[in-house]
Design a protein around this ligand. Structure first.
Ligand SMILES: Cc1cc2nc3c(=O)[nH]c(=O)nc-3n(C[C@H](O)[C@H](O)[C@H](O)COP(=O)(O)OP(=O)(O)OC[C@H]3O[C@@H](n4cnc5c(N)ncnc54)[C@H](O)[C@@H]3O)c2cc1C
Length: 373
């Protein structure tokens, strides 16, 4: 074990592992702690959708981080494949957005303002992308630059790449406590103390539970998302289909993900009959043929929610060595390449590649108190 690494990362989801990877590439010594095997929480459970971005047209905190991450996905995936031999399933697959009631003007304008290609579809065009789309849908929009990755493969690749670069991964660390030592923070489990020059908490939905140990109340909270997985022998379409906050994501090997619910049920990861049956009905409403698909399994994960649905990235000003990267809500996979690079830069005292206004940790504390959740 590193007796005292430069950086200690607590939480080995995509946020923590991508940060560790970037730090190790820059020559830092890094230890990642997780209370279980890394990459088994939201980062495993997610659908892997990667909306497009364009740095030249990005003018909001969300679009800046999305666009920066979009520029990094292809290169990160190639790098992971060459380091580990693992293909994370990254590909550009396109996405169709349908509503049933039309009204795509505002979405189209937003994407176009960002400089992102959008195609307005009539029924005939919709059928080119999804031949079996239900007749209720007569129009929609298509985003050709939308991508996807396969979460379990991506976290496996990140973990292997981190190992390969000498990152120390300590799994199964239960009952971890953050302890104040003057203006710095250390971590301690019943078995050992973990000292580091800098401590970075990337514990997803559990971030606030850890920060409470050092008297901080941080507005990151769990939002349950249930998911159903189907299998078909012949993939009826290759693009993602979205309607509102729900979606269908086809994988190249015939597996199809249907997601997802948004539920405020604390740290409960159970699936429910209502949640899963609602998703299956949703899928059938869009593509009736999916009613005949094999139901493979279902699961739920806990998104790290935040009041404005944006992550908190940076140093906590009341401590000399404590950093946080958490609260990515529905976009943590898509935003992980940019987040990892930004957190590594901040931890190494380098300027981040994008303007972090609207993404900083300071906005969690207004006049010393946390934001309303
Ligand atoms: C159903 C669903 C669908 C989603 N779909 C998408 C999508 O299509 N695209 C997208 O971009 N995002 C999606 N998301 C969101 C995305 O998955 C998350 O934002 C992202 O995975 C958060 O990553 P994370 O590393 O911050 O947290 P997590 O992946 O939750 O990782 C946190 C880690 O911290 C560890 N930990 C927690 N507490 C402690 C402790 N006390 N001590 C030590 N370790 C601890 C946990 O074990 C875990 O490994 C989806 C999420 C869900 C649930």
């Amino acid at each position: 074990m590193n007796s005292s690494p430069d950086i200690l990362i607590i939480g080995g989801g995509v946020t923590g592992l991508t940060t560790a990877l970037c730090l190790a590439q820059d020559g830092a010594s890094v230890t990642v702690l997780d209370r279980q095997r890394p990459g088994q929480e939201a980062s495993w459970a997610g659908a892997g959708m990667l909306p497009p971005g364009n740095q030249a047209g990005a003018s909001t905190p969300e679009s800046r981080l999305r666009a920066y991450s979009h520029t990094l996905w292809s290169q990160l995936s190639d790098d992971l494949r060459s380091r580990t031999g693992i293909d994370n399933g990254y590909r550009i697959c396109g996405a169709l957005e349908v509503s049933g009631a039309g009204g795509y003007e505002s979405a189209t304008e937003t994407w176009r303002k960002e400089g992102i290609t959008v195609e307005i579809c009539d029924r005939a065009t919709l059928e080119q992308y999804v031949p079996d789309l239900a007749n209720d849908f007569q129009s929609g929009i298509y985003l050709p630059e939308f991508g996807q990755a396969r979460n379990p493969r991506h976290v496996k690749a990140l973990l292997a790449a981190c190992h390969g670069l000498g990152v120390e991964i300590v799994e199964g660390v239960t009952q971890l406590q953050l302890i104040e030592q003057g203006a710095t923070v250390i971590a301690e489990s019943p078995e050992r103390k973990f000292h580091a020059q800098k401590v970075c908490v990337t514990a997803g939905a559990w971030t606030n539970e850890l920060l409470r140990h050092v008297r901080l109340e941080f507005p990151v909270f769990p939002v349950r998302g249930q998911m159903a997985q189907l299998r078909v022998s012949r993939l009826p379409f290759s693009c993602v289909i979205e309607q509102g906050r729900r979606y269908i994501v086809p994988r190249a090997d015939g597996l199809i993900l249907i997601g997802s619910t948004e539920e405020h049920t604390g740290f409960d990861k159970q699936t429910t009959a209502e949640g899963i049956s609602g998703l299956l009905e949703f899928a059938r409403t869009l593509v009736p043929e999916l009613g005949r698909a094999e139901l493979v399994r279902s699961w739920a994960g806990l998104r790290p929610g935040s009041p404005d649905e944006l992550p908190f990235l940076g140093k906590i000003s009341c401590f000399d060595n404590l950093y946080v990267g958490a609260g990515h809500f529905r976009s943590g996979l898509q935003m992980s390449p940019g987040t990892g690079r930004i957190m590594a830069d901040l931890l190494l005292g380098q300027p981040p590649a994008i303007n972090l206004d609207g993404l900083s940790v300071d906005r969690a504390f207004i006049n010393g108190s946390p934001l309303e959740g």
